[in-house]
Design a protein around this ligand. Structure first.
Ligand SMILES: [Zn+2]
Length: 212
């Protein structure tokens, strides 16, 4: 299986399900605000597990996006947070897990290949020196450099600190005398579940859908 970045959705016209599995933000959600004020931004960015109509976990989105999908009738809440947000006329419990109302076929290519997901897979660990860094201090390294035909795929991208990235330069790990901490794993259903568990590890409402 091959995936090309940065266009994981391919060339199909976008659908509601695509929107649901995208992590992109939407200004439409700005109609909501949180009563507490101080946590407003962060609450709207909290992760929400997205289930297909069949209860299969398909991705993670932000509260803001999840609430827009609920308002549009595309999704409904399966699990709720205790927190509320307020729009002009109503209070809404914040969803923790939502489910698409209609089943959507999610092609494998649409599973997001993103910097965030690669860093999650590699647990913010530079795959060359083995040290853990904050996301801001990590970049993505093409194991086989792009100049040598290395592609932007799950199998050829790893988390890498700037220092290792600079000293590796335009070389393969062998040429640079580097050893990969772990062979980068391709994207599988297992990777997908693992990423969702890592994102949702603080929210026990996700557990029954992710089997852990
Ligand atoms: Zn490093």
């Amino acid at each position: 299986m091959r995936q090309e970045a940065p266009n994981p959705r391919g060339h199909r016209p976008p659908t509601a399900a695509d929107s649901a599995v995208s992590s992109s933000d939407t200004p439409a959600g700005s109609r909501f605000h949180n009563s507490s004020g101080t946590r407003r931004g962060s609450l709207m960015q909290e992760p929400v597990l997205v289930l297909n109509a069949t209860y299969e976990p398909i991705n993670v989105t932000a509260v803001r996006r999840a609430m827009v999908l609920m308002l549009k009738g595309v999704a409904q809440a399966e699990e709720l947070h205790n927190s509320e947000v307020h729009s002009a006329a109503h209070s809404h419990r914040v969803p923790s897990v939502i489910r698409l109302v209609a089943y959507r076929h999610i092609p494998q290519q649409s599973r997001a290949l993103s910097r965030k997901n690669i860093l999650l897979r590699d647990r913010n660990t530079c795959q060359f020196c083995g040290r853990v860094f904050p996301s801001s201090e990590l970049t993505l390294d093409h194991v086989v450099p792009r100049s040598r035909g290395g592609r932007s795929t799950w199998e050829n991208l790893v988390a890498c600190c700037y220092r290792c990235n600079n000293s590796k330069g335009d070389r393969t790990p062998e040429e640079a005398g580097f050893k990969l901490a772990r062979r980068p794993r391709p994207f599988t259903l297992h990777t997908s579940r693992q990423l969702m568990r890592l994102i949702g590890h603080r929210d026990e409402r996700w557990r029954k859908y992710l089997f852990y």
